[in-house]
Design a protein around this ligand. Sequence first.
Ligand SMILES: Cc1cc2nc3c(=O)[nH]c(=O)nc-3n(C[C@H](O)[C@H](O)[C@H](O)COP(=O)(O)OP(=O)(O)OC[C@H]3O[C@@H](n4cnc5c(N)ncnc54)[C@H](O)[C@@H]3O)c2cc1C
Length: 485
Amino acid sequence: MTPKTWNQAEYWGLGYDFDPQWTLTPTQQALQAKLIQVCATVLRPNAIESDRHLIYPRKNFEALAALGLLGLFVPKAWGGLGENHVCAAMVVETIARYGCPSTAMCYTMHLGATAAALFRAHSSSSLQDLLQRLDQDVLIGTLSYSDPETGSHFWYPVSSKAEQLDDCWQVSKKASWTTSAGFADWYIVQTTSPEFDGNYADLSCFLIYRDEVQAEPHKWDAMGLRGNQSGTLLVDQVKVPLDRMVGPKGDGTASNDEIVDPFFLLCSSACWNGIAMGAIDIAKRHVTRKKHVDVGMRVADYPTIQDYFGEAIIDTTACRMFTVSMGQLMDRLTNDCDWSIHADLAALPRSPYLSWYWQIKFAAAKNVAHVCDKMLHACGGSGFKKDMEIERYLRDGKAGWVMGPTNEVLRQFVGKSALLGFESLDYWNQTVNERVLHNEVKKLDAEGKRQLAESLLQQVAAEAGVSDSTVSDSTVEKPLVEAIA
Ligand SMILES: Cc1cc2nc3c(=O)[nH]c(=O)nc-3n(C[C@H](O)[C@H](O)[C@H](O)COP(=O)(O)OP(=O)(O)OC[C@H]3O[C@@H](n4cnc5c(N)ncnc54)[C@H](O)[C@@H]3O)c2cc1C
């Protein structure tokens, strides 16, 4: 195997012996080698500046565009590289590990937005035009989902809506977090559907351009991923042409399950794995060079330090292989990321594996924090200083756990669905938990039950005044009244 190089010299971190190169095609391996060089010369020096001065990494995106990476999985016929899911994970991991974790996260969001556009580009001239210019015009995309009122429940956009006017959509979106907000050139935003009737599962997506959003980048100042600029975003009753709806009306849930979740979870896991590997690399360089003259040993000669590295490498390899394996599954399900399968709007092959994507993100985000912490310990006080860069990797890696879907939410989803079934997840808060309801009512004495019954009957009467069907369809009324009786 050719040695890994860095600025024409041998790489100072772990070599290819510790990378799963056999999962990449020769073309992908060549792309990776080129990308590592760009990381050495452009991305990494910019990462230090981005972190220090909160600079958005647009220059890094220009370097990625020069390699054709903004259109990584855009079909070749549309001028893209026509690459697959495994390649996407490799590219994100490589950027995070050798170059700039903030850029890797902005790029993850760009890939998520690109995938959402490709998913429904078949009959949209707006989307096709955009997708063919990504690299040439360095058009950075992102996903704007999280709502200020629902926090990390990004699938629940209560502050957003869309309406159909005569010949356009009027889109209103309020997002609490959007990576690249104000810097991206285009945004995929999710709102409730036009003619929304109270069912939050009825979601639609829109393509919105830079001059149609209001952002507040001056407010961004965070512990890590400081170049990521994940600020607020406002789309204030913006009128867009009809073909800027991405997919049909009400396609949001399908788009989430088939594209946004799988791509975000795959690529962000790769980002956390890349940060973990980056920290191991930096720590290796330090411990193999630092000597203690009194005992004549390098730090790397202590078994304690060797154990730190052994465990960090094994745990990170497990996360990387898990992530690659999900990329391989997605490739197999889609004939290597062939977007033409989605000309059939009902084709949703990635969706049934949601719980697997949740698991890779949980594992990778949990691992990165632990590994960076241990690598800092291995470097001692020297690691605590900024010039070694390991403290930056540690701060950047901390974003993994808290980014939605957060690790608390993910382990709940996995555990709850395993024990109680997928329906029990109740994303949009629509199913009554009868056990909880009965248990709470049981705690009331007769007077308490009477008061509750009266207040419920008043509510029923008020709702009946608004809409008879709402009351008669209510899933709450009957069991609760039975319980009280
Ligand atoms: C660096 C960064 C970049 C981001 N980029 C984007 C982006 O590009 N687009 C986008 O749409 N969003 C983005 N986000 C937002 C992200 O996806 C989450 O929405 C956000 O991190 C949630 O923060 P919050 O303060 O609202 O947390 P909250 O939702 O208030 O969570 C607080 C705590 O409650 C826990 N919690 C929440 N719900 C549950 C539950 N049901 N069960 C158990 N525990 C629960 C959480 O895990 C957490 O511990 C980004 C976030 C970060 C940190």
